[in-house]
Design a protein around this ligand. Structure first.
Ligand code: KG4
Ligand code: ZN
Length: 338
């Protein structure tokens, strides 16, 4: 029986989790910086790294306390070392290396995207190979996942991520950051109807592109007299119904783009046995339902993590660290951010 302490500081969440090789995840502590960044409408890197530094001891202690363990009970320290905000990653990596050096622990660097890719496996037994749609603030892609740690990106994003499209359109129509949950809330109030039918890319290319969608929404707002392009000013700040209509139309467009790309990808890889949907955007029930309906149509099982494992967290990093440890893939104290 061995225990892994994982640390996540790649963006704006300070996370620590403990994985027990017999019991699985036994604690998962998190401090979210959302309130610190809200007034800037997005993550401010300098504020993020300072906040990680402030909270990291506390969060690690919390994870150990919840697991009823002391640092001496931990055999391996895992830490997310790429990709992410450099200043934020450095806080976690320096802390992990100091712990490993002082307490003579093994150390493993974890890729944040790999952690997202396997996050649906935390609570489900998923057959390989499967397709994983990952959608968050920084990344959107479909991966072909063949085994533990063996995966290929088969549909990359060529510009903005889907979460970014939610966040940027939300900002355009004067909704708070992060935009995704706000867009979902407003869409519910108008029954998820597709009012404005924003364009869906007809491209057969296996990639994602969301910057065009954001621009299309902007020009559609201007056409409807809701946006002053010259002064960059949204003119219907108090029109809740209109904002809900924009939100719901955007949600429909993004859901359709996802299903469409999954359909194209499945045609190319018909050997897959399941589809998973992970990352912050996978909290969205409407999109999940659309993908689930598609999966039923093609007779594939569909999996997604529970919300605490969709948005950034250290549990998914601890899970990856466990199979890496089993494969004897450890790092050493030269570990750096990438
Ligand atoms: O995975 P995550 O916590 O952080 C990154 O690695 O980026 O994802 C955050 C993103 C944000 O863009 C946020 O707007 C989006 O996930 N998000 C949602 C929902 N909840 C969070 N998007 C759509 N619907 C949601 N319910
Ligand atoms: Zn993430």
């Amino acid at each position: 029986m061995s225990k892994i302490l994982a640390i996540e500081t790649s963006c704006d969440e300070t996370g620590a989790a403990v994985y027990d090789t017999d019991k699985g995840i036994i604690s998962n502590a998190l401090f979210s910086q959302i309130d610190l960044h809200k007034k800037y409408g997005g993550v401010v890197p300098e504020i993020a790294s300072r906040s990680h530094l402030e909270k990291i001891n506390l969060i690690i202690q919390k994870a150990l306390d919840h697991a009823k363990l002391k640092l001496d009970d931990i055999e391996t320290i895992a830490v997310v070392n790429n990709p992410g905000l450099p200043g934020s990653l450095l806080v976690g990596v320096c802390f992990a290396k100091a712990l490993a050096a002082c307490k003579n622990k093994k150390i493993i660097g974890i890729n944040h995207l790999e952690a997202h890719i396997f996050s649906a496996c935390l609570e489900n037994s998923i057959p390989f190979p499967f397709l994983c749609l990952t959608a968050s603030g920084g990344h959107t892609a479909i991966y072909l996942v063949k085994d533990w740690g063996i995966y290929t990106c088969v549909v990359p994003a060529i510009d903005d991520a889907a979460g970014e499209a939610f966040d940027k359109v939300a900002k355009l129509i004067d909704l708070p950051y992060p935009g995704g949950p706000e867009i979902e809330k407003l869409s519910t109030s108008v029954n998820y109807e597709d009012f404005f039918k924003y364009p869906r890319s007809k491209s057969k290319a296996l990639n994602f592109s969301f910057s065009g969608l954001k621009t299309a929404v902007l020009y559609d707002l201007a056409k409807r007299g809701a946006y002053d392009l010259k002064n960059k000013n949204f003119l219907k700040k108090d029109d809740q119904l209109f904002k809900a209509q924009v939100a719901s139309s955007l949600l429909n467009a993004i859901a359709d783009i996802f299903v469409n790309k999954l359909e194209q990808t499945y045609k190319k890889y018909p050997e897959v046995k399941a589809i998973t949907f992970v990352g912050g955007v996978a909290c969205n029930k409407f999109i999940r339902n659309k993908i689930e309906t598609f999966c039923k149509k093609i007779n594939l099982n569909f999996f997604f993590p529970s919300p605490q494992y969709c948005t950034d967290n250290a549990a998914m990093a601890a899970f990856v660290a466990n199979y890496k440890a089993q494969q004897n893939k450890f790092d050493d104290l030269t570990l750096d951010i990438l």
